[in-house]
Ligand binder design. Structure first.
Ligand SMILES: Cc1cc2nc3c(=O)[nH]c(=O)nc-3n(C[C@H](O)[C@H](O)[C@H](O)COP(=O)(O)OP(=O)(O)OC[C@H]3O[C@@H](n4cnc5c(N)ncnc54)[C@H](O)[C@@H]3O)c2cc1C
Length: 531
């Protein structure tokens, strides 16, 4: 028997892909070598466009515990340990969701199980081979070794991906070994925290704003308070002597003393663990030479890793890899996918990954020690008074400057971009765009006055949901969205002309393909037409 999709790795990105495939009617098998979810403290949260994307799958409330939609940060953020004054921007792209990675994995695992995904814990991918029809996956499990045949194997098995290595895919990039990052969850004197600003007032040094790393000529320091948890305190230094000694709070305290020139008393963390206490030396910035090899695809850290600086791009990229690949793979498996659809996964996500390489490397350069870097920073400080520069760097950090090629050079400016948030009026009441995208189906948003576009897409009615509504605020008059919420076509005309309508049909052909056969809908993907 051949399974449609096997996913190697039940980390955040593998689980997200499993959810996406299930929404599209494909039930994958997830093989995860760990018997239980990892307790290792990794990401402290999600940053950037992925926060909006999580909302568009109905997962924001589960993760944040807040029923309100995500709000952008319009105060400040950082780039290379320099403040980005987001109040200069009319539309801040910086969204943050501070949730520990183990909670993200827990929520995604619950969602995957709800959607019917089979997760086999304690099952490790140890070998693979491909033929024309399928991938044969060798699995080691507590019950013994076995094989699975799958139409596709997805390597979501992290930075040291076995899938990538077994597929002979190189992982070129840079190992930067001069930097040592020490961090720990720790208590600090309560009266050092300014209740008004949340800043840490370090006697003898000054105020350290939360989540805004400070750079001195000796290194970096940051203070990251997490809701309901002890803060994460970090110090970065260069060219430290190698050591095998176990990491300790005292070692972090000594590092902070060298970086800031003053003492910061750190106490053991209280509250629910697990708590971080780690020393990380060096870092890798690498992108796989290929994201696919025949019937094998890579997503997340298996495809790209970044240095410690860069504002937490890991899950911003990886979860959106999963969302980009899910609907394309499902279309290929169902039949009738347009030519080149699966190839577009690598083209699109490689370009997103390269933006993050640029981001991570530029930020590393800006926090490095030395007076020449100090000079560069002075110049940057001047440049950062310009709102356009702040906008560009904020978009780079948020991964919001990605524009995919939709094949229409003269297209509406939104074409190829992640669809903006929209409030819509329908006869059944107000609705946010994010509420219409939860089924992960293609969506035509017809905001024209006479709601005339449904007819143009009549042949695609089984493939594309059509929602007619009125915008609450000025907006384009029509948008065709792919399941990953990228705009495949848009119009600003009150009544799109024949050329625009042909472009709409062309975009539908390009992304949603042949019109036959009509596919059965699952209960979750019922057509919703609100008029
Ligand atoms: C200290 C630290 C802090 C970070 N902070 C942030 C942050 O704040 N924000 C952010 O966005 N990112 C952050 N990251 C990066 C983020 O943690 C990663 O991008 C993310 O874990 C990648 O998810 P993944 O699912 O691709 O891989 P992983 O999380 O590595 O998951 C891979 C899974 O595959 C399993 N596996 C491995 N090999 C096999 C096999 N052969 N067979 C079956 N299963 C296998 C593993 O057990 C694991 O569960 C941080 C990383 C670190 C280390």
């Amino acid at each position: 028997m051949i399974t449609d999709v096997v996913i190697a790795g039940g980390g955040p990105n593998g689980l997200m892909l499993a959810c996406e495939l299930s929404l599209a009617g494909v039930r994958p098998i997830v093989l995860e070598r760990l018997p239980e979810p990892s307790e290792e403290p990794k990401a402290n949260g999600l940053l950037g466009q992925v926060v909006k994307m999580i909302d568009r799958r109905g997962l924001y409330e589960r993760l944040s515990g807040n029923p309100a939609p995500p709000q952008p940060n319009s105060a400040y953020f950082m780039f290379g340990a320099m403040g980005l004054d987001l109040s200069l921007l009319a539309d801040s792209p910086i969204y943050a969701l501070p949730v520990p990675q183990r909670r993200i994995v827990q929520v995604l695992q619950e969602r995957a199980i709800e959607l019917g995904v089979e997760i086999r814990r304690g099952h490790e991918v140890v070998g693979l081979s491909q033929d024309d029809d399928a991938v044969t996956v060798d699995v080691a499990s507590p019950g013994g070794a076995y094989q699975l045949r799958a139409r596709y194997l997805i390597g979501a098995d992290g930075a040291h991906s076995t899938t990538r290595k077994l597929s002979g895919i190189e992982f070129p990039g840079i190992t930067y070994d001069r930097m040592t990052l020490r961090s720990a969850h720790a208590t600090i004197p309560a009266d050092w925290v300014d209740p008004a600003t949340g800043a840490l007032n370090v006697p003898g040094y000054g105020a350290v704003l939360p989540f805004l790393p400070h750079r001195t000529e000796h290194g970096g320091f940051s203070y990251a308070p997490m809701p309901g948890h002890p803060p994460l305190i970090s110090a970065t230094e260069w060219d430290q002597p190698a050591t095998d000694a176990p990491m300790s709070l005292e070692e972090l305290r000594a590092s902070i003393r060298r970086v800031l020139g003053v003492d910061v008393p750190l106490g053991p963390p209280d509250g629910e663990g697990p708590h971080a206490l780690r020393r990380m030396t060096g870092g890798n910035t690498r992108v796989a030479e290929r994201f696919a090899d025949g019937r094998v695809f890579l997503i997340g850290d298996a495809a790209h890793v970044y240095g410690a600086t860069g504002g937490g791009p890991g899950l911003n990229l990886g979860l959106q890899d999963a969302i980009n690949l899910g609907w394309k793979l499902a279309a290929e498996l169902r039949g009738g996918a347009p030519p080149g659809l699966l190839d577009s996964y690598e083209t699109e996500r490689r370009s997103a990954a390269h933006r993050m390489v640029l981001n991570a490397r530029a930020q590393s350069a800006l926090i490095a020690p030395g007076s020449d870097v100090t000079g560069l920073r002075e110049l940057f400080t001047e440049l950062l008074r310009d709102p356009n520069t702040v906008q560009r760097l904020a978009e780079l950090t948020a991964g919001a400057d990605v524009r995919y090629d939709m094949g229409e050079p003269e297209a509406h400016p939104l074409t190829g971009r992640f669809a903006p948030d929209m409030e819509l009026r329908t006869p059944s009441g107000p609705v946010r765009l994010a509420e219409l995208t939860r089924t992960a189906r293609p969506l035509l948003l017809d905001l024209t006055e006479d709601a005339s576009l449904a007819e143009t897409l009549a042949p695609w009615h089984d493939h594309v949901d059509i929602v007619t509504a009125r915008p609450q605020t000025p907006a384009p008059t029509a948008l065709l969205l792919r399941p990953d919420c990228y705009v495949a076509w848009a119009s600003a005309s009150p009544q799109p002309d024949p050329a625009e309508l042909e472009a709409l049909r062309a975009a539908s052909r390009r992304w949603f393909g042949a019109i036959e056969p009509a596919h059965a809908r699952t209960a979750e993907t019922e057509k919703r037409t609100m008029t």
